[in-house]
Design a protein around this ligand. Structure first.
Ligand SMILES: Nc1nc2c(c(=O)[nH]1)N[C@H]1C(S)=C(S)[C@@H](COP(=O)(O)OP(=O)(O)OC[C@H]3O[C@@H](n4cnc5c(=O)[nH]c(N)nc54)[C@H](O)[C@@H]3O)O[C@H]1N2
Ligand SMILES: Nc1nc2c(c(=O)[nH]1)N[C@H]1C(S)=C(S)[C@@H](COP(=O)(O)OP(=O)(O)OC[C@H]3O[C@@H](n4cnc5c(=O)[nH]c(N)nc54)[C@H](O)[C@@H]3O)O[C@H]1N2
Ligand code: SF4
Ligand SMILES: [Mo]
Length: 684
């Protein structure tokens, strides 16, 4: 049978897939193209099932009943786009671009960049990606400490990896693969996670930390490194500022004190620090557990400072300055996004801007947007590839407040919880259904054909382009998608038509992987050339401190946290039999002490409550996880449940609240280590 290699566009990894075609050229199966180093994930691998899924939306749907009633009419694309553009135009004319809200979900670079172009040209300040709920805190803290965006790739030189609140066996299999290779060559793995995982099983040392206490552990490590003399004195003396402040900040964090705060044995804390500091080059891989508290920026700073203290930066096998993008690649450049046509004064119109404590963060929070809707400032909303009802803090509040918009449109494959409260749902095409061009690291350019046509769905880029044209921006948008790809290919020196024949342009000499830049000799790319151990004037302190979360007790005696399952991407995939078979129901891991108190056994249902709300999930008791803890599965809802209210019953964001984010530099919401009550739930 014939095969065709395709590339997944559901996230920024752009994994290559081999699609097998039948005699008529129709795709019949799909597998990852491992030969090229692709790892892939279940979401991309289920693209065929997604395309044929009976729940998939394939015509634009307009609401006919009350919001959330599930009453829709199918309308044509022309009617849908004209109607949507009319609604946005009316809001623009009446209340200006400040009345629009554009939301994009997790990182889909090209889709997001085209959406950004429209927002920049319309002057829309209120827009949001997943940044403040995702990686932004850590990414920004590295830039602010070292002056460059870090690449934490594990290479053949890496001798130790510390996975800190990250579980790549579920979420980033390419990292898991690199760790396995490092271990085969004798390297060491340290895992800091309250929950046993496939990574803790292969770890040389596992620290089952009490959720939410990571900053205390980091300060304990800093103290140990500095008192034992494990620091890189030459680097620090020449190229750092603020060492004395760090020394003072970590002084109280003796081994005993750190052990008490984190629930970890002192000797394990010490061993972890010693391996990290003395068996380098080491990679500190911080995951979402560090991103998901209001002080996430300072937790990111903790990692950056630990790397700086031990000199694990700008050397092979450690944290490096990310490789530059090829000049051929227009994605994320101002050429595509038109970022240079959006002024700082316009940006400052963003809701919550006056509360944004870190101006470099570029966005505020979903919660600031919700408050602006309630205050009547935001009138029309558009979601591209996100599910705020499921994934933002306090789901029921998000659903209630988004429902107050005069007009709300959602672009997705399915009637997600967010789409269910929309006025208009626009069905999007998968990466198998439209022609595609990929700009790869190292400057290669890859063409992919459309394997399936006629589904009725259209690509995100196509939809945004149509809207741009209808909103009076024809001079900055394109007459059709061929013209769009030609525009993207300008710097590559070929047209789409030529690339169709060529299939691929080889690299242009831009390095594909990061290399050390010699900053130890020349100074770091910060304003003054030093590593900023201390950053004066930061609201949360110039050096990180441990700011404890509310202690469990009284009505809420337990701590809850959450995890991502391997078979689902956030809230997606619950409609797909193949993915659902791997985890049919939401699974909550409950520590044995809590289970014993509540009489819970494997397979029971538990109700977990906080002062915001409650959720129920199926119990799996673990005797080896941090005591007093429950770890909930994220993103759970029931596509088969017609009532939105009930469909949300499994969603762990029923428990989170926006109140916890105020005061944080990045306004990340707090979903790890919050006080809760676990109880037995009778019934389903
Ligand atoms: N299958 C799948 N893959 C994904 C995703 C997905 O939804 N599904 N999402 C993608 C995205 S957007 C992201 S950002 C990444 C995130 O990838 P990860 O960072 O791996 O995400 P999580 O599974 O949320 O959290 C990692 C680990 O943190 C642990 N943990 C919980 N609380 C704490 C704590 O207080 N301290 C410490 N030290 N550990 C804690 C959890 O037990 C879990 O094992 O994954 C990406 N890949
Ligand atoms: N409690 C708690 N909350 C969390 C997290 C957590 O660990 N715990 N994790 C946080 C993190 S790390 C992140 S990144 C956010 C994610 O938040 P979101 O990005 O809002 O969540 P997703 O569920 O990934 O929503 C993506 C939607 O996009 C659709 N989609 C997928 N691909 C495409 C595409 O190409 N085009 C279009 N138009 N739609 C597409 C999917 O069907 C899905 O409905 O959630 C955050 N929220
Ligand atoms: S969604 Fe999965 S398969 Fe697709 S690009 Fe991302 S990691 Fe790869
Ligand atoms: Mo994320």
């Amino acid at each position: 049978m014939k095969t065709q290699v395709m590339t997944c566009r559901f996230c920024d990894r752009e994994c290559a897939m081999v699609v097998t075609l039948d005699a008529q050229g129709r795709p019949v199966s799909l597998r990852p193209q491992h030969e090229t180093g692709t790892v892939s994930c279940p979401t991309g691998l289920h693209a065929l099932e997604l395309m044929g899924n009976p729940r998939r939306v394939v015509h634009p749907l307009r609401r006919t009943g009350p919001r959330g009633s599930g009453k829709w009419e199918s309308i044509s694309w022309e009617e849908a786009l004209d109607w949507a553009a009319g609604k946005l135009r009316a809001a623009l004319d009446r209340d200006g671009p400040e009345s629009l809200l554009f939301i994009k979900g997790f990182n889909k670079p090209l889709q997001g960049a085209v959406f950004d172009r429209l927002a920049n040209l319309l002057g829309v300040p209120n827009r949001l990606g997943a940044g403040n709920m995702c990686h932004q805190a850590q990414a920004q803290s590295f830039v602010d400490t070292f002056g460059f965006p870090a690449d934490r790739r594990i290479t053949s030189e890496t001798r130790t990896v510390v996975l800190w609140g990250s579980n790549p066996s579920n979420t980033m299999r390419w990292v898991q693969r690199d760790i396995a290779a490092m271990k085969r060559s004798g390297g060491r793995l340290v895992v800091i996670d309250p929950l046993p995982t496939r990574m803790t099983q292969i770890a040389d040392l596992w620290l089952p930390i009490r959720p939410g206490t990571d900053a205390a552990l980091a300060l304990g490590w800093m103290r140990l490194i500095l008192t034992e003399g494990w620091e890189d004195r030459a680097l620090l003396e020449r190229w750092s500022r603020g060492l004395d402040e760090v020394r003072a900040a970590c002084r109280p964090y003796t081994l005993e004190h750190t052990a008490r705060l984190t629930g970890l044995p002192a000797e394990q804390i010490r061993l972890g620090a010693e391996w990290f500091a003395r068996s380098g080059p080491a990679i500190l891989y911080g995951g979402n557990a560090l991103d998901h508290n209001w002080d996430s920026y300072q937790k990111g700073r903790c990692l950056a400072i630990l790397l700086a203290l031990t000199g694990q930066v700008d050397r092979p096998g450690a944290a490096l300055h990310a490789a530059p993008a090829s000049p051929r690649n227009p994605i994320r450049t101002s050429r595509l996004t038109c970022a240079d046509r959006f002024t700082p004064a316009q940006r400052q119109q963003m809701a919550g801007w006056d509360e944004a404590l870190l101006p470099s963060a570029r966005q505020t929070s979903g919660q600031a947007m919700l408050r602006a809707i309630e205050a009547g400032r935001l009138k029309a909303g558009w979601v591209l590839g996100g599910d705020p009802v499921m994934m933002w803090a306090d789901s029921r509040c998000v659903a209630r407040v988004l429902s107050q918009l005069d007009f709300f449109m959602v672009q997705d494959f399915f009637l997600t919880p967010t789409a269910r409260i929309a006025d208009l749902v626009l069905p999007v095409a998968t990466y198998l259904e439209y022609e595609n061009v990929f700009f790869q690291p190292g400057g290669a350019v890859q063409y992919r054909p459309a394997l399936v046509t006629g589904s009725g769905a259209r690509s995100d880029m196509d939809i945004v382009n149509e809207m741009g044209n209808r909103l009076g921006l024809s001079a900055d948008f394109w007459p059709d998608m061929d013209a769009f790809w030609d525009f993207l290919l300008e710097e590559s020196g070929v047209t789409l038509d030529q690339l169709r024949t060529l299939g691929r342009l080889e690299g242009d000499g831009t390095p594909a992987v990061p290399v050390p830049r010699g900053y130890r000799e020349t100074g770091f790319p910060t304003a003054d050339g030093t590593i900023h151990l201390s950053i004066p004037d930061l609201s949360g302190g110039s050096v990180p401190s441990y700011r404890p979360l509310p202690e469990p007790g009284g009505r809420y005696p337990d701590r809850c946290t959450n995890y991502k399952a391997p078979c689902f991407f956030h809230s997606a995939g619950r409609q797909m039999a193949g993915q659902r078979a791997a985890q049919p129901e939401p699974l909550a891991y409950v520590s044995a002490d809590v289970a014993a108190r509540e009489g819970l056994s494997d397979g029971d249902w538990a109700r977990v409550s906080t002062s915001t709300g409650s959720v129920r999930q199926r119990v799996r008791v673990r005797s080896d996880m941090a005591r007093g803890t429950v770890a909930l599965a994220i993103g759970w809802w029931e596509p088969e449940e017609p009532s939105l209210e009930r469909a949300l019953d499994y969603n762990c964001n029923n428990l989170t609240s926006d109140a916890a984010l105020l005061g944080g530099e990045i306004q990340a919401f707090s979903c790890r280590g919050i006080p809760c009550r676990v109880e037995k739930f009778f019934g389903k």
